[in-house]
Write a new protein. Sequence first.
Length: 190
Amino acid sequence: MADQHAETRSFWDSRRHQRWALWGGLAILALGVAVATFKFLGNTGHSQETPLSNQAAQVFTPQKQVKVDSAARQVAGRWILTNVARHNLALGYKLTHPELRQGMTEKQWLTGNIPVTPYPADKLQAATFKVTESYPDEVYLEVALLPKAGVNIKPQIFHIGLKRVGGPHGPWRVSYWLPYGKPELPTNRD
């Protein structure tokens, strides 16, 4: 009988069975972790679908362009001769829209350290305007500043924007001024 007892071995006596049990237990543990994660965290994704609405769709209708108001051109010209040329900055401040003033007071503006790219207007032969966009309350122009012959200054193109202040019949004020194109980079002279 002692031999019979020696031949009946338990499940845990085999190394193969021990490995199967270990791998089976790890698989059940991994499955339990995955189920718990999905159960407690749930779906963290957000739907990208646009919700349906019973309201009418908002359709973009572009503003109708109009002829440039001559007063806007006059303000642009006076503004260039004041702020861009750095002459009579007090008048230039009054011709500048609050957006371009960037919160500067008139006293700060009069120092000449203003957000306006300068150009020597006393060396100008002509300034020509080309309309980019023109609406009843907003105008955008390209301005070509051409120097006098024999002056060692390059011609420059600027973008200028004007907006009405105080309603549809209010005065024009310059709200935007930016040189066209890339600035020249200094060359290395070793």
